[in-house]
Design a protein around this ligand. Structure first.
Ligand code: MLT
Length: 408
């Protein structure tokens, strides 16, 4: 008899974005004429930069020629891409990394979801609330949590509420935790932390031999000079942090798939005797065992964002989405909504009118004005009463969405 992994049975309902997609599909099937504006899942709408397309085509051509064909690539990624990442993303901010501290993958969602495998089941995990649901769900699946309570929280997870009262910035946990998930610029609230605020977390992690899993998928959207792009800009972070980066939102790779994870060699986890083990080597072991690598044409395409042409094209697309964010934010404020984010991140986080339940607001918007957004409750209990709009739509859709929300 094949026994189920009972941890999966603890999961509540469907994955947030699957539930969202299914409600929209059902509504569309029943109302085929509805002109739906999709500002829900953070999926990009602008095409790949031309430099990326050219590089990918060239790489595919190379794969079709005997002389330039490539089979399996190096598991953690090709040096030509890793060297460009280090030079253009980190060295320019004063962060030194070795090439074997960067692991290229086919997506940050996978890395963020899989990384918890390196940690024992008896660790206490702290997760900001609201947060990208993969952090919680992957720990539930692994068996690092209890069941769900009526409030929607899982036992044994330490939730770090991010509310209007604390400026949507998590406070240090009151009890000792071992693994901490942080995401800045934040999905879903769009908020950021200063270097000094991040330093508080690094100091906590050092004092408690904890590890920070830092999701920086939206760093390319930072507009304000003073906001750090990497946790490794903070002194001491190399010993206690791992950082996840993605080309998805940076360069339109949601359908192309390429990301990377930075694991400094000083970052350690401990066995029952207190002996330190290098996280970097553990992830190397896992990656080379369970992952076949990101395809050569995709890595060649990703490297093209670091050409002069690629940089300009990426900058223009990010500028386009951030202009969308400005339009949505200003439009909603003018219409009287209470709105957050949208300054250093492509997400607008709004209060639902009269503290309406966020899934009720989702249904109302879908039915009455044909707009899809993401209910705050899907990101955790502290997201209840809030709603996220993505600025990854087209300009026209963002303008039309504001018009419709103004009339609502
Ligand atoms: C989101 O909408 O929060 C993300 O785009 C989903 C994802 O990247 O998996």
């Amino acid at each position: 008899m094949a026994l189920v992994n009972e941890n999966f049975l603890k999961l509540q309902g469907s994955y947030l974005f699957a539930e969202q997609a299914s409600r929209v599909a059902q509504y569309k099937a029943e109302n085929p004429a509805a002109d739906i504006i999709r500002l829900g899942i953070g999926d990009v709408t602008q095409p790949l930069p031309q430099a990326v397309v050219t590089a990918m085509k060239q790489a595919v051509d190379e794969m079709g020629q005997k002389e330039t064909f490539r089979g399996y690539g190096p598991g953690p990624g090709y040096p030509f891409l890793i060297e460009k990442i280090i030079a253009n993303e980190f060295k320019i901010r004063g962060v030194e990394l070795a090439t074997d501290e960067v692991f290229v993958s086919d997506g940050s969602k996978n890395d963020v979801g899989n990384f918890q495998e390196l940690f024992g089941l008896h660790n206490t995990v702290a997760i900001a609330d609201p947060a990208y649901p993969v952090y919680v769900d992957s720990n539930v699946m692994a068996g690092r949590t209890g069941g769900a309570t009526a409030s929607g929280q899982y036992g044994r997870i330490v939730y770090l509420p991010c509310t209007e009262e604390n400026g949507m910035k998590p406070a240090l946990p009151e009890s000792k935790v071992d693994i901490i998930y942080l995401c800045f610029p934040n999905n879903p609230t769009g908020m950021t932390l200063s270097k000094a605020e991040l330093k508080v977390w690094v100091d906590y992690a050092k004092a408690n031999q904890a590890i920070i899993l830092f999701d920086a998928a939206y760093e390319a959207y930072i507009q304000e000079e003073s906001v750090p792009h990497s946790i490794f800009e903070v002194e001491g972070a190399r010993e206690v942090a791992v950082e996840f980066r993605s080309f998805s939102k940076t360069a339109g790779f949601t359908g192309t798939r390429c990301a990377y994870t930075v694991i400094p060699k000083e970052a350690a986890v401990y066995d029952a005797e207190g002996k330190a083990h290098c996280l970097n080597r553990l992830w190397f072991r896992r990656t080379t065992t369970k992952f076949g690598g990101t395809s050569y044409p995709v890595q060649a395409a990703a490297a093209a964002i670091y050409t002069e042409e690629g940089k300009q094209q990426v900058k223009a697309t990010i500028g386009y989405y951030m202009q969308n964010a400005k339009i949505i934010k200003k439009g909603l404020q003018k219409a009287g909504y209470q709105v957050f984010g949208g300054t250093n991140a492509p997400y607008i986080w709004m209060q639902t009118p009269n503290k309406m339940k966020s899934w009720d607001f989702f249904d109302k918007l879908l039915k009455e004005v044909h707009i899809v957004g993401t209910p705050g409750a899907g990101f955790g209990p502290s997201g209840e009463g809030y709603f996220r709009l993505s600025s990854f739509g087209t300009r026209e859709d963002c303008i039309r969405a504001v018009e419709r929300l103004t009339k609502l």
